[in-house]
Each structure stands twice: as structure tokens, then as C-alpha cells.
Design a protein around this ligand. Structure first.
Ligand SMILES: *[C@@H]1O[C@H](CO)[C@@H](O)[C@H](O)[C@H]1NC(C)=O
Ligand SMILES: *[C@@H]1O[C@H](CO)[C@@H](O)[C@H](O)[C@H]1NC(C)=O
Ligand SMILES: *[C@@H]1O[C@H](CO)[C@@H](O)[C@H](O)[C@H]1NC(C)=O
Length: 362
């Protein structure tokens, strides 16, 4: 018999097959033994720390560098606004771990000597905080490009701060009007009434010739704070919500006061359509709706006699909630600072305000 000529490859074939089979079996055994990657990840809500003081430090730290106008308030106030997402502090020793530092513009010294001097950690963001309109904002040279975020009443600020209406979940019943004893009221520093040349005082002096305006002197009355402020306003049918200067978006608590107290605000400030960016058009009267103080006075006297016309100013209340602003002296800046706390957890994006004054002072 002629020897079957076989190639070395064919002769090795059985051995190769056995080795291959072995490898496959071993592989399968190994594969079954490793935990499947599809098995459940640890549940999300469970954190390693159960100690609450440890939890606190795991929240982003927001450091308030200056107390605005030296008005110290309780950070717990933010919880009233359902804001509890950061660890707010005024403790400067936390600077190096602070995710954000809120810096109140007015408090900065001209030579910048009271700003943080240690280098800024990479992750840290500085927030420029100013609630004054451009005309009363001091230009401090050298801080134009210091900041990462702006906190201000303007809509185009990174963190806009204002009291806003919220939509009701269900349409409400008719608004229950507080009892009214007075027609037109104004809370203002009475020392300026006869002399100030500000637009709001000039307008008032003309208006007062045609209709009685009840003045509550803000310079003397301590009891115009807190609850008393809202009670006082609620007794008036109309309230002069006259801003001290006129700027886009500069609509302050002097408007929110009557709106939340159940009184019709009479707006002097930016144009009506700017108010309508925030509030229903039928919730207020604007001085520009009239040719002048005399026409406004005539209209107010007319509506005083017409209950249906007056009640139309409260129809919006069936659809929106309005909130009383914090009104204690020391709480003036609390709402805005809380907004910084809310914002800082929302986004982490890198940002630099290139020229602060070009944006704000124009
Ligand atoms: C929680 O942790 C802090 C600091 O890590 C410690 O001082 C405190 O005693 C702890 N509290 C409890 C209830 O374990
Ligand atoms: C302002 O003028 C009115 C009327 O002219 C006067 O009754 C009032 O006392 C004056 N008020 C002040 C603070 O000067
Ligand atoms: C914040 O702004 C500063 C100064 O312009 C810049 O150097 C820094 O990188 C910015 N940081 C962040 C986190 O955006």
C-alpha cells in the first residue's frame, strides 16, 4: 500500500481540534462565572453617607463674601422658597472649597483690597451681585472681567432675581377682595414730597391736586415692615408703585407689594409692555395709559364708583399665584441670594463675563 501522503497540517488536525474544544469549554465556563454586566446598578437614591452633616458638605458650597448692605438674614429663608440645593455660608474659611462666591458690588472697595486674595480654584465661579439700576451703580475699575455669572433684576442676567407669578394648577374661584378704606395710597419718604425733582415726586404733586393721595411715611414708620406693610396696602384700592428711576426690567417690590396685597398698582417705571413681560396686562394701571395726572385722577374716581370695572383688575388671580416678598429690613437681599443657590446646581458650564460694564452700564 502506497503510503497516504498527508500534509503536516492534516496530521495535526485532531490535536488542534481537541485543544480548540478545550479552549471553548474553558471560555464558556469562565463567561458564566463572571457577573453579568446587566445586573442591577446600586439604586440611585441610596448614598453612602447617612450622617446629615456629611450630606451637607456634599452639596455645592455657595459663599456669600459680603453681607449686602450689612443686612444679615437667616439662610433658612431659602427653604421657604423650596431652595435647599446648596450649602450657603458666610464663612470665608470655606473659600477654597466654595463652588461659587457671591460678591455684592456695592461693598467692593475701589482698590479691590477686600476681594478674595488667594488664587481662584479652577472649578469656582464668582457671581457679580447687584440689584441697583445702572444710574446708581458705581463704576469700580478693574473688575470688568472678574466674574463668571451675573445676579441682577434684569432678564438677561445669568441669574435673574425677581418675585414672579406662578400659574395655578386649577382655575380658582373669584378673588376675595380685602376690605378697602382708602382710595389711593403711597408709601414713601415724606421728607422729599415737596422738594424732590425725581419724576415720581413731580407726578405725585400734580396728581395730588386732583385726588387725595394717602401718604405713609417710610422714614418714620417702623410698623410698615413685615405683615403690617401688606395690611396697610391692602386697605387701599390703588397704590402708587412709582420706581425711583426708570430702567428696563427695573420693576421692584413697590409693584409686588400691592399686587400681592390685593390692591391695584399704578405703575411709573419702564413702559407698560415691559411690565407685561412679567404680569398680566389687566393686573395694573400704567401712568402712560393716560395723558397726564389729571386724566389718571379722573379715571380712578370713575372706577371707584364702578365695582365691576374695579374687580376686573383681579380676574388674573384665578389663574396665577402671587407671593408676598420678604419684607423685613434685613431680608431685602435674601431672595436674590437664594436664586444664586438654586442656579449653581443647574449648570456647570464654563463662562466668563467679558466686560461687565459694557453689559450693564451701556
Ligand atoms: C456626622 O459627622 C460629623 C463630621 O463628620 C460628626 O461630627 C458628627 O458627630 C456625625 N454625626 C453622627 C450622628 O454620626
Ligand atoms: C408739603 O407741602 C404741603 C402743602 O403745601 C404741606 O402741608 C406739608 O406740610 C409740606 N410737607 C413738608 C414735609 O414740608
Ligand atoms: C471664571 O472667570 C475667570 C475670570 O475671567 C476665569 O479665569 C475662570 O476660568 C472662569 N471660571 C469658570 C469656571 O468659568
Amino acid at each position: 500500500m502506497a503510503p497516504i501522503s498527508t500534509s503536516p497540517f492534516l496530521r495535526a488536525l485532531p490535536k488542534v481540534t481537541i485543544v480548540l474544544a478545550g479552549v471553548i469549554v474553558l471560555f464558556l465556563m469562565y463567561y458564566r462565572s463572571i457577573p453579568s454586566p446587566r445586573c442591577h446598578p446600586p439604586p440611585k437614591g441610596v448614598t453612602r453617607h447617612t450622617n446629615t452633616s456629611q450630606k451637607k458638605t456634599s452639596k455645592p458650597v455657595v459663599l456669600l463674601w459680603f453681607w449686602p448692605d450689612d443686612k444679615q438674614f437667616d439662610f433658612q429663608l431659602c427653604k421657604d422658597l423650596n431652595i435647599n440645593s446648596c450649602h450657603l455660608t458666610d464663612d470665608r474659611s470655606l473659600y477654597s472649597v466654595a463652588n461659587a462666591v457671591v460678591i455684592f458690588h456695592k461693598a467692593i472697595k475701589d482698590d479691590l483690597s477686600n476681594l478674595p486674595t488667594t488664587p481662584r480654584p479652577k472649578f469656582q465661579r464668582w457671581i457679580w451681585f447687584n440689584m441697583d439700576p445702572p444710574t446708581s451703580t458705581r463704576k469700580i475699575p478693574g473688575i470688568e472681567d472678574f466674574f463668571n455669572l451675573t445676579l441682577n433684576y434684569r432678564r438677561d442676567a445669568d441669574i435673574p432675581a425677581r418675585w414672579q407669578l406662578t400659574v395655578k394648577k386649577q382655575i380658582d374661584k373669584e378673588f376675595e377682595l380685602p376690605e378697602k378704606y382708602l382710595l389711593v395710597c403711597w408709601i414713601v419718604n415724606a421728607n422729599n414730597l415737596n422738594t424732590s425733582t425725581e419724576a415720581r415726586y413731580s407726578y405725585y404733586r400734580e396728581l395730588a391736586k386732583h385726588i387725595k393721595v394717602n401718604i405713609f411715611d417710610s422714614s418714620s414708620a417702623k410698623n410698615l415692615k413685615g405683615e403690617n406693610y401688606f395690611i396697610t396696602i391692602s386697605k387701599c384700592k390703588f397704590f402708587l408703585s412709582f420706581e425711583d428711576s426708570v430702567h428696563p426690567d427695573y420693576i421692584t417690590d413697590t409693584f409686588n407689594g400691592p399686587l400681592s396685597a390685593g390692591t391695584v398698582p399704578i405703575a411709573l417705571g419702564p413702559p407698560r409692555r415691559n411690565y407685561e413681560n412679567f404680569f398680566p396686562s389687566t393686573s395694573f394701571i400704567h401712568i402712560n395709559d393716560f395723558s397726564g395726572p389729571f386724566a389718571l385722577a379722573e379715571y380712578l374716581l370713575e372706577v371707584d364708583e364702578d365695582n365691576e370695572a374695579y374687580m376686573n383688575y383681579f380676574q388674573w388671580r384665578r389663574f396665577y399665584n402671587v407671593r408676598r416678598h420678604f419684607n423685613e429690613e434685613n431680608q431685602e437681599f435674601a431672595h436674590a441670594v437664594c436664586q444664586a443657590c438654586r442656579h449653581i446646581v443647574l449648570t456647570n458650564e464654563f463662562r466668563v463675563v467679558r466686560d461687565l460694564y459694557k453689559w450693564y452700564l451701556i
